[in-house]
Write a new protein. Structure first.
Length: 170
């Protein structure tokens, strides 16, 4: 009996996916808890960002990743439990806001051992996925950018559909 007789293509893919470790990178968001409740003190990063795109991406990351991090233009790659002391407005698109540098992001990839994953899924628009591409350049993993180049509504729908259908991005 050979492998073809034992495994269907779907079974083989399921086995392969169970072996591959996946990191999902979720972009932060402009809308934060302090915009809604200004008196809020420090909060974990996963609770700081309140926009619909962040919430959809977070749900995907929690469902399909071995680990997930948030890419903040101020703090870099942060764990969901990272404490954010208060509101801020820093954007990669606006250099005058002093976003975190690529050299610091590359250092974080190594220090936080984000380079140990087989697969990295970068969610969000090109402004974030391009940064992720540069930060992970030269590391050995498969980088996927399933929402890159899509309008925000279509990107959110694509991620939401993946969650509803229980189908991670391949």
């Amino acid at each position: 009996m050979n492998c073809r007789e034992i495994f269907t293509r779907e079974t083989f893919l399921e086995i392969l996916l169970s072996i591959v470790t996946t990191l999902v990178i979720v972009p932060c968001g402009r809308r934060k808890i302090w915009d809604i409740k200004p008196d809020t003190g420090s909060v974990e990063a996963k609770d700081a960002y309140q926009g619909a795109p962040f919430k959809v991406n977070r749900e995907y990351a929690e469902r399909f990743s071995d680990k997930w991090v948030i890419l903040s233009a101020k703090y870099g790659f942060i764990d969901p439990s990272f404490i954010i002391p208060g509101n801020y407005n820093v954007a990669f698109k606006d250099p005058s806001t002093n976003p975190i540098s690529l050299s610091v992001l590359r250092r974080q990839v190594q220090e936080k051992q984000l380079d140990r994953f087989d697969s990295v899924i970068a969610l969000g628009g090109s402004d974030y996925t391009d940064i992720v591409s540069e930060a992970f350049s030269g590391f050995k993993m498969v980088l996927k950018k399933p929402t890159e180049g899509l309008p925000i509504g279509k990107a959110m729908q694509k991620v939401k559909n993946a969650v509803l259908q229980n189908q991670p991005f391949q």
